[in-house]
Each structure stands twice: as structure tokens, then as C-alpha cells.
Write a protein that binds this ligand. Structure first.
Ligand SMILES: [Ca+2]
Ligand SMILES: [Ca+2]
Length: 112
């Protein structure tokens, strides 16, 4: 069983974090809007679900204005769901890096 490759993506069950989807394998570089089949968006098998582009909150004051990102923390809570994306801006009542309201659009957050 150790060298079995159920989905035929070239990775055996030892290496493949999900052996029922050819898009899920170690080193996957694409992002996906639907889960891989078991509710997880960890397509690249690194053990976490990372949204494409990152969240505004990941950037400091100095970096914030030069990025676009997702509203909220950089976690998997919006993978596959609609989320706010836009130009990041520092400030507001929370003194943090957040999506500037006027630039926000609603997109499906893709992850890997
Ligand atoms: Ca796979
Ligand atoms: Ca991952």
C-alpha cells in the first residue's frame, strides 16, 4: 500500500496528502476555489491552508499601503467562500492594516 498512487498524480500515498485528487500534491503552485474533496484546501501538502495573495493584516504600517489583500486574518476561514479583497490601508479605529473600504470587491478566496 505504501507505493500506491490512487489518483495518478505521481505521488504515492506516503507523499501525497490527499490521494483522491490529482490537483493535490506536494509542491502544487496553483490556488483553488473549491476544497480538494475532504473539506481541506491544503493542495500543496504543507499542512496549512493559505489564501492567494495574503491578508492585509500580515503587513506592517510601513508595508501596508503597497499591498492588496484580503480582509481579516490570514487563515483558512474564507477559503472557497466570498471575502473582501482590495487595496490595504493603515489606520482606522483598530490601528491596523485593513482593506480600504472604497477599493473592496467581493471575490471567492482561493487557497492552497
Ligand atoms: Ca493527490
Ligand atoms: Ca497548503
Amino acid at each position: 500500500m505504501s507505493d500506491f498512487d490512487g489518483d495518478g498524480d505521481g505521488y504515492t500515498t506516503c507523499e501525497d496528502c490527499y490521494d483522491l485528487n490529482t490537483d493535490a500534491f506536494p509542491g502544487q503552485t496553483e490556488y483553488f476555489e473549491v476544497d480538494r474533496g475532504d473539506g481541506s484546501f491544503d493542495y500543496d501538502c504543507d499542512g496549512s491552508e493559505s489564501p492567494m495573495g495574503g491578508a492585509c493584516q500580515r503587513w506592517s504600517d510601513a508595508e501596508c499601503d503597497s499591498h492588496e489583500g484580503w480582509e481579516g486574518n490570514e487563515d483558512s476561514s474564507h477559503c472557497g467562500e466570498f471575502a473582501r479583497w482590495g487595496q490595504c490601508a493603515w489606520g482606522g479605529m483598530f490601528h491596523s492594516c485593513r482593506v480600504a473600504f472604497r477599493t473592496a470587491v467581493t471575490l471567492t478566496q482561493s487557497c492552497r
